[in-house]
Write a protein that binds this ligand. Sequence first.
Ligand SMILES: NC(=O)c1ccc[n+]([C@@H]2O[C@H](COP(=O)([O-])OP(=O)(O)OC[C@H]3O[C@@H](n4cnc5c(N)ncnc54)[C@H](O)[C@@H]3O)[C@@H](O)[C@H]2O)c1
Length: 357
Amino acid sequence: MDLRIAVLPGDGIGVEVVDASMRVLDVVARKFGHKVHAEFADVGWAAIDKHGTALPASTREICQRNSAILFGAVGLPDRDQTLPQKERPERVALLELRKGLFANLRHVLLPPGLASRCPLKMELIKGGIDIMIIRELTGGLYYGQPQGISGASPDRKAIDTLAYSEQEISRILKVGFETARKRRKRLTSVDKANILATSQLWRELATAMGKQYPDVRLEHMYVDNASMQLLRRPSDFDVIVTENTFGDILSDEASMLAGSIGLVPSASLGEPGAPSVPFYEPIHGSAPDIAGQNKANPVATILSVAMMLNYTFGLSKEAAAIEKATFGVLNAGNILTGDLGGKATCSEVTDAVIAGL
Ligand SMILES: NC(=O)c1ccc[n+]([C@@H]2O[C@H](COP(=O)([O-])OP(=O)(O)OC[C@H]3O[C@@H](n4cnc5c(N)ncnc54)[C@H](O)[C@@H]3O)[C@@H](O)[C@H]2O)c1
């Protein structure tokens, strides 16, 4: 198969971790008889310095003509401060490239060999942690209108609008059920149906859709309870599906359970056949404190490549091979980067994953 990918390393460690994951992808592609067509493009400060904008037209074009985008990270805090909020690379590049991608998936998996890195007590995590969080990404409070601050102090008023259509809710719930069906067949739908109208509609639609998925065990949970249960009994969660704001908060909370921010991959997906291009990235930023030193943990980006093979190209065996080799290295525990208490470099971890392949 021809794997056509737009590759956007961006800033800071984005460059190192994307380079590492492309090395892994090349090896997997060769092993399974695929051909990688990678088109590299500038984004973030790397693009501002060359083209005067964080997202040049040439980068958009490259993204549009490929089947998937592999993204590193953008933003450098010292330089970001010199720009107004809405012109900063994270806003300009990410918002634009993720337009239309309504499903954000984060895979939080604690390798058993790294259990001691999890902030929870051993007795709470002995059942393991393997959670797929699915967050609605294009609706809800972040986009609802009206939104803004009006009036003069001391009588100013601020308003945000939480709105969801039936169609927006149904399409993300479907991603939730389909994902659960391919995993351990448990879906937790998180809402606040005791208070919010959007959540009442959400729960009604989730219950109705559940009838089409009799093999998936559906559970409803209020968001306040979900935030507590994630810390109390994380092993009981398989797939979580929720709206934008709740997902933003819960996915950050859950990411901590993986042991390091350097381990969590993500995918942002749109409707099949829609013009938006699926977007794969580690959840971490550009980490300027360790950039350019070969210290970054490449695992989150390598696992993002595995998600890309799975979701965009339907290559589940290839994805599984990457995951097996990566978790093999993590569980062995002797070649780890600094964020996991080790001394290995980004390149050494990547070499070990490749050796495992
Ligand atoms: N999607 C994105 O492009 C994205 C996401 C988050 C932050 N950012 C941007 O990145 C810049 C830095 O942000 P930040 O410092 O708040 O968050 P960060 O994720 O870059 O770093 C937070 C801490 O985690 C460490 N860390 C992160 N990833 C690591 C990895 N792979 N291996 C080892 N250690 C790792 C860093 O060294 C740092 O100490 C900012 O400009 C921010 O706007 C971009």
